[in-house]
Structure formats: structure tokens, C-alpha cells
Design a protein around this ligand. Sequence first.
Ligand code: P6P
Length: 335
Amino acid sequence: MKRIVTVQRHLIETQHLNPDATGKLTAMLWDLTIAFKIISRAVNQAGLINMRGEEGQINTSGDSVKKLDRYAEDVIYNGMNHGGHVCCMASEEEPQLITIPDQYQKGKYVLTYDPLDGSSNIDANVSVGTIFSIHHRLSESGNGTLADALQPGNRLVAAGYVVYGSSTMMVYSTGNGVHGFTLDPSVGEFLLSHESFQIPRKGKIYSVNEGHSSGWDEPTRRYVEYLKTPEAGPYSGRYIGSMVADVHRTLLYGGIFMHPRDYRRDEHFGQGKLRLLYEAAPMAFLVEQAGGIATTGDERVLDIMPTDLHQRVPLVLGSPADIETYQKFMLEARA
Ligand code: P6P
């Protein structure tokens, strides 16, 4: 039997790896795991507690808000607004920066999150997920500012996701490798199941929505066609349409996940569909920590300086050998 390590124990054991560790990040991640357990219960019972379907609003990103989106948003906000961990928050579900109520202490971190990504799949019982990232505040004290939230991924202190699938799994990194914990609902604990996992150097799976191929640039189209040839493998296509599930599989099995520029769709997607702060940057942090590469096709995702809370970017991430092949196709087109 493997040693039994809860995520709390793991946080405490690895806290010393961060030179400026004061225990506050550990306490913050600890509170986040409570929110994840509550969301997991709701996702798993959605059909039974009338939590399926639309909430009747459209969010900043133009997505229809599901009841579970709103529920997950409320759980994370109310779980994290009073612990003294954060000076402000930003959510994919909220148009503006989220301030901390006056009566609560302001902390040294900024929490950015997508409370329930892939929620358009919920009613079909497809895996969905929560994505989060944590920065140090830049402002000295008091309420956090927009500048505190608009920080590049290369300054992330921690990031992670929870995939609510056949089991609920939390995957996170504080900059010392990527670690996965599987929720044992019978005891209500996230238990270490994937310690320090690395993405395979090369995979055999590509993951992209080929329905949008008419909007891709030529090198992307040629690259995806190449993957289907005997010379390349051929690769298998796997696309769930729920980023957390697609990225989780890519981290474990290797290969490439793509949501490239789509010039055909409206101006929103000319620069990509996925949100930099809530999806691309945290996932890029994790993929790099696991030995992979994450790019927009033009630049390293973690080096992008955000200019807007809901900024979108193209995203191509995965095994280093696969990304290097993709980048060759992109460079040849510019030669
Ligand atoms: P498309 C879900 O709406 C999401 O934000 C990600 O979870 C997912 O990877 C992507 O959009 C799917 O986009 O264009 O394939 O429907």
C-alpha cells in the first residue's frame, strides 16, 4: 500500500521549498480544497438537486451561465473572501475585479479563477473543471487593484485545476513540480495519487476542435493534416471540449492540445477563444512545470503581459517534441 498523503499534509511537507513561505499560501490552498469538495458534491448530484440547465444570464465571455456556474462562483467567493489570504480576486464569471468586503482582512495574494470551466457540457454529464491561479499582490496594502490581477503567468506563485470526472482530482503546482490528488468522497480527503508527474516527451494524441479548421491559418491546417499521415503516426484525435479534461489527458498521456486563432469567427476569437488569466496562463504554468511547452503560436504564454481581465489568447500546449514540430510548421510558413 502506498503512503497515505492528504493534500494538506503535502502542502505542509513542501512548504519549505518556497524560500519566503510563511504558511499563508498553505492556509489559502487548504481553504480552496474545501470549496473544491463542495463543488464536487454539487457537480456529482447536479441532476438530482435541480442544478442542471441555464441560469438565464450571459457572462462577460458571452457564454450562457449555467446554474452550476453560479453555484461554483458563489462557493469560491464565499469560501475565499474572509480568510485574510487575498487582497482581491478575479473570476471568469465576473466582469469586474472582485474586492474583499471592508470587514475582512486583506491578504498578500490575488486569486484568479474559472469556477466551472466547460460547463456547456454539464447537462451531457461530461467532465468539467475548476481552474485557479495565485499571484503575490503588487500593491502595498488595503484593497487590491487591477494591476494586482493583471500579472503575467511567469510571476505565478501557484496554479492548479480540479477535474470533476469519473473521479474528482485536484492537480496543482507551487513551482516545485506538478502533483495530483484524488478525492476519496467516503473520507472527504484529497489523497496523493500522482506525485511529481511529468508530461511524456512525445505523445500520439492531438486534441483540437476540427470543426473550426476553416478559420485556422495555413500552417496550423497543414500541421493537423500531417498528424494524420502514416509518417507522423498517425496520431489519434481526442477532443472533449472541456479544457480541464483535455489538458489533464494531455499532461498524463502526452501529445498536443490546441485552441488556435480562428479568423473566421467574430472579432472575439480572432485572437483566440480561451481566456488568458483564467485558462491559458494557469494551464501553461502547470504544463511547463510538468516539462511541457505552452505557446500562442507566436510567444510563450507565461510571458504575455495581460491588459484586460477577460483577454483571450490562442493556445497550443503539450509534449515538447510535439510542440517543437508544430513550431517548425509555423516557422516554415514565415520563412
Ligand atoms: P470549442 C469551454 O467552453 C471552453 O472554454 C473550454 O473548456 C474548452 O476547451 C473550449 O471552450 C471549447 O471550445 O470552440 O471547441 O467549443
